[in-house]
Every structure is written in C-alpha cells, then in structure tokens.
Design a binder for this molecule. Sequence first.
Ligand SMILES: [Zn+2]
Ligand SMILES: [Zn+2]
Length: 303
Amino acid sequence: MADDRTRWTDRTGVFDLLTNETRVGIVAELAARLGDDRDGRDLSFSELRRRVEGRETGNFSYHLEPLEGTLVERTERGTYRLTERGAYLASVLAAGFYEEHELRTVAKEVGPCPECDEPLECRHENGLLRIACANDHAAAQILMPRSQLERRSADELVTAATAVAHYHTSLVRRGVCPLCHGTTEGTLEEGPAERPHVTYRCRHCGVAGFGAPGVFLLDHPAVVAFLHEHGIDAREIPPWSPLLADGGSVDSTVVSRDPPRLRCRVRLEGDELQLGFDVAAGRTRLEGPAGESAGDDGGGNGG
Ligand SMILES: [Zn+2]
Ligand SMILES: [Zn+2]
C-alpha cells in the first residue's frame, strides 16, 4: 500500500488537464453529447470550438491538444468525442461532489436507531447522506452529490441511498472496492451495544464500508430466497435497519477472531436461517442447525 501511495504524487497530471475553463469547457461540451445516439456523440473541431468559445475565450487548440488520448479522442472522421475515462471524470465533475453546500435535513424518521431506538434522520452533509439519530449514532453514510438533492424527492433520495448502499456492501464483501476496484479486506470490530461490527477497507485507496453483519448478507441467495418467502424484497431493506423494520432480526455470534468468522442467524416470523460468515475472505455459506456447511456463494478475494 505504501508503494501505491507514493505513486500518487506522480498522478497529478489529471489535475493539469483541467486547470482552466477552456479545458473544462471542452470536457463539458463533449459530455453533453453522451446522451445522444452514437453517431451524434462527436463534434467537429470547428463546432467544438464554437461551443466552447461561446462560453470562454482562450487558445483553443493549445488546450485541446493535451486532452487528446486521455480524456478526448479524435475519431477516424476527424471529429472529437470523450474517451470512456473522460466520461468517468466528466460524471464526477457534473455530480458536484466537491461543491460547498449547507447541511440539509432530507427526511425525518427513516427507522429506529439500532443503538438507542431513537428515530433516525437522513441529512445531507459534506457530500454524504448521513443517517443518524439525535444522539449522533451514525447508522450509515452514503456518498451523494448535491446535484441529486435538486433532482430527487426525499423518498427518492432514501430509495437511491438504499440502492447505492446495497451495491457497495455487495462489492466490498466480495473483495472489490466500489470506487477504485482495488482489493478489500474485512475485519471484525466491536460495534454498537457490544455487537460485532464488520468493516471492509480497500488496500489500494483506503476507502471503507462498515455495518452490522446482517447488512453484508442481504445479497446471499439463501437470504434473498428466505426473505422472498416472507414477502420481503431483500434489495429494498435499508442498510441502516436490516430486517428490524419488518419485525425480524439477525443475531451474530463470533466463532473465531483470527481469522474473523461469524455465525449469523436470520430470524423472521418463527423461521430461522443460519449462515457462516468468513469476514476476511468475504465468503458466506449456508449452515445447518449443527453448523455443517451446506453451500457457498463462491465470493471471496482469494486471500
Ligand atoms: Zn441512537
Ligand atoms: Zn479503493
């Protein structure tokens, strides 16, 4: 990891590519074309210059040249379009992750706090949707750019946050960082009310995902089927209150600290499902009542 971090100082070139408004304007104008059909994605040199210089005057060719090959590509027809990497960077710019904005309450009473039972509130703060109670127990934090606050209702934001959180927990448990695609590693910690808490951290960029063990089981086929039989769609369960809102529970017992292993019992309406959860390898397996292995979801990061 230290080597990776050192190499970051060699990667400032991407910032040089966007040091002025003409360059950002080129990326923005080409990004605006991405929604069009494939043939309509390109702009000719003169059309691109006309659009960009309408926004900002500058030495157009001087600024276009360094973008070619990385953010912008020239097609066989001599027109210009964003590369896939350019489109990725444009989406980060368009989202407005780094704009200053005020704290805003998005929704009140989105569930009970797992720690103290007070109602959880959803607030937007520093580019994050933060789900916490009045006692400041943070139940979840989900990256959400300000641009989405203006485009979605409160309910739609909570639904979007749930979908994003499911995607993130599923990936980190399977050993993949959702941001840089580096390898993640799981550890077992003591969470609220001395219950086990699982954290996955990316070895490459350091980004982490954390939560109660139940959060990381919601994409296991056995759990999905078990909940489905009880009329519950696992994908719609908010990660800040897994199963609790529907009167069920997930109890987790530590089987081993090194390597970190849990036994989890999902209980709902008198039925029970038992799973072994190998936290370090991100592997979950279905267990019978005596703890024998009865299946594997094949996840894991090979370590
Ligand atoms: Zn609380
Ligand atoms: Zn990462």
